[in-house]
Design a protein around this ligand. Structure first.
Ligand SMILES: [Zn+2]
Length: 144
């Protein structure tokens, strides 16, 4: 829930940033004289302004989604310590993956490096309570 609320908050903030960028473009390139009054048929403002604004908006939203994908689903911190698993030469036995972990032990994200069967979404696996697991191994070592 918190994960999606954070994404929505970032998207709302991005809409504000894109709107501000649009206002800035409009101020930097004031409107030309109308064509009927001897102005140009097309102007930079009419053609390049919307393209620059669209590219900026698409890039910003792409960055937000990319950033969100590599965040912990529990604590929203960036996932760290990428580890390469699998093999490129033995794809059938274990396709190459990159695993990221939350440094606070909330879970593991597996991202497929090889996308043969279409786009595969990253697989998030939440961990059990790390301390419970540590204490259980210590208990079995003591023979309890
Ligand atoms: Zn976490």
């Amino acid at each position: 829930m918190r994960y999606w609320a954070y994404l929505i908050a970032k998207l709302v903030a991005a809409v504000g940033v894109v709107w501000g960028f649009g206002v800035l473009i409009n101020r930097l390139f004031p409107p030309d004289k109308p064509f009927k009054d001897g102005g140009p048929m097309t102007s930079y403002r009419m053609v390049a302004g919307p393209i620059i604004l669209a590219l900026f908006a698409i890039g910003l939203f792409w960055f937000i989604v990319w950033d969100q994908r590599y965040r912990c689903r529990t604590c929203l911190r960036r996932l760290r310590m990428p580890i390469q698993t699998g093999s490129w030469t033995h794809v059938l036995l274990g396709a190459p993956h990159t695993e990221y972990i939350c440094t606070y032990g909330h879970g593991t994200l597996k991202v497929a490096e090889l996308q043969i069967t279409g786009l595969q979404q990253p697989d998030w696996e939440p961990n059990e309570d790390m301390w419970k697991e540590l204490f259980s191994t210590e208990d079995t070592r003591r023979g309890r």
